[in-house]
Write a protein that binds this ligand. Structure first.
Ligand code: NZQ
Ligand code: ZN
Length: 390
């Protein structure tokens, strides 16, 4: 295991009706004027927004509202939010929604404390140091942004998707009420589960030896998803299954299952260009890319893929042909994703073979450069992975 520092100070308030505590929590973390940030309307329709406002009213905390965040959140909304925050002297941002709303809130939080263009943090020109405090009321178990120090934003000009990361944007608190996820369409639920599993796999495929504890933690989260996913697809109101998935979404991405080991985020990077260009759901893009990436890199460490096949998918180890076992594991993952309604091909998320050069260009590797934590990939390798996903 490698040396590490793990510091993940978000306060999680989990369970039924917990959104009624928002006002008290904002007060606890020193907020005196709040921006409530939300998406395209699901929180209005469900009545959640009204309940959050009531909770702030009860504590006499003033607020302004900014809705309309799109999935794959855009820079344009972020600029609007920064302007509003500066005009209204906002000192606390409450994201009510999914990963897109939370990431938009984090970007606004950075921009509100910065004199330059907030995009500097996303194009690598500046490192996040200071942000207005952010908190979340989560409505979909997926991105893990409720416990992460990351934010991903799409720039409309060129439709490129980029991430920024820093401790200052890790949420101060996150309210996780699994009941709030019961209104999700099955497709969005499945996209979320796929993203959760992908966050674990990006950490599971490692070159670091002797990481049994985090290996087993990863496997536990994956096995729980395999168990719980069919339950919520069959019955969206299954509270206990929703609860398990919601907590898994946090655990999968606040890095507790990934500390002390090398990680590989190429599947995410390769997917981000899909959801950037085609505006597909991030989880659906991952369902297409991740098995293709697995096939492409499998030979690098056949035994690790065979371990996945045996421990996670229940395949029988073929000691005379571990590669066969490894392939069976990847196929089992593919079958599972299909069983919860996820796509398998680039075409199903809007992709076209002729766009592959654009996707690779947007990925942005310098000529001759390689990137990765498990297997280093060149632009040519990335093009091959897109082709495998056709
Ligand atoms: O906008 P509304 O009307 O709220 O509808 C949303 C949206 O259409 C809907 N939805 C959310 N909760 C709902 C609901 N509909 C009914 N009932 C509910 N309870 O679901 C749709 C998708 O929402 P979105 O926020 O986009 O989903 P998700 O949480 O999957 O977030 C995806 C974004 O997070 C980024 C992705 O790239 C993508 O842009 N990620 C962020 C990460 C991070 N910050 O740490 C890591 C991830 O790997 C990921 O890249
Ligand atoms: Zn993800």
């Amino acid at each position: 295991m490698e040396n590490f520092t793990f510091y993940s100070p978000t306060k999680f308030v989990f369970g039924k009706d917990t959104e009624s505590q928002c006002g008290k929590l904002v007060k606890e973390f020193g907020g005196s004027k709040v921006l409530i940030h939300f998406g395209g309307g699901s929180v209005v329709k469900s009545g959640l927004l009204d309940r959050v406002k009531k909770s702030l009213d009860e504590e006499k905390i003033p607020y302004v509202e900014l809705g309309g965040v799109q999935p794959n959140p855009r820079d344009v909304k972020v600029y609007e939010g920064i302007e509003l925050c500066k005009k209204e002297n906002i000192d606390f941002i409450l994201a009510v929604g999914g990963g897109s709303v939370i990431d938009s809130a984090k970007a606004i939080a950075l921009g509100n404390e910065y004199d330059g263009d907030f995009w500097d943090f996303y194009c690598g020109k500046a490192a996040p140091q200071k942000a207005t405090p952010v908190a979340t009321v989560l409505t979909i178990a997926a991105a893990g942004s409720e416990g992460s120090g990351d934010s991903v934003i799409t720039k409309e000009e060129g439709m490129v998707k980029r991430g920024a990361g820093g401790e200052c944007i890790r949420p101060k608190f996150s309210v996780l009420n699994p009941e709030l996820t019961q209104t999700l369409p099955a497709y969005q639920t499945a996209c979320g589960i796929t993203d959760i599993m992908a966050h674990v796999f990006e950490r599971y495929f490692t070159n670091t030896k002797d990481v049994e504890t985090t290996d087993r933690l990863c496997e536990a989260v994956l096995l729980a998803m395999i168990n719980e996913a069919p339950k919520v697809i069959a019955n969206p109101n299954d509270y206990q299954a929703r609860a398990n998935i919601m907590w898994a979404g946090m655990v999968a991405h606040n890095n507790i299952v990934g500390v002390g080991r090398s990680q590989d985020w190429n599947s995410h990077g390769i997917e981000h260009e899909l959801s950037g260009l085609y505006d597909c759901a991030h989880g659906a893009g991952l369902a297409v890319i991740m098995p293709a990436w697995m096939k492409f890199v499998m030979k690098h460490d056949v035994m690790r893929f065979a371990q996945m096949a045996v421990r996670i998918w229940g395949c029988k180890m073929d000691f005379s042909n571990p590669e066969k076992t490894a392939c069976e594991g990847i196929q089992a993952f593919r079958n599972f994703l299909n069983s919860i309604g996820m796509p398998s091909t680039l075409a199903e998320v809007g992709g076209k073979a002729e766009d592959i050069p654009t996707l690779v260009k947007n990925f942005g590797l310098a000529e001759g450069a390689k990137t990765g934590g498990f297997v280093n990939l060149s632009s040519e390798d990335i093009a091959e992975i897109y082709k495998l996903a056709l």
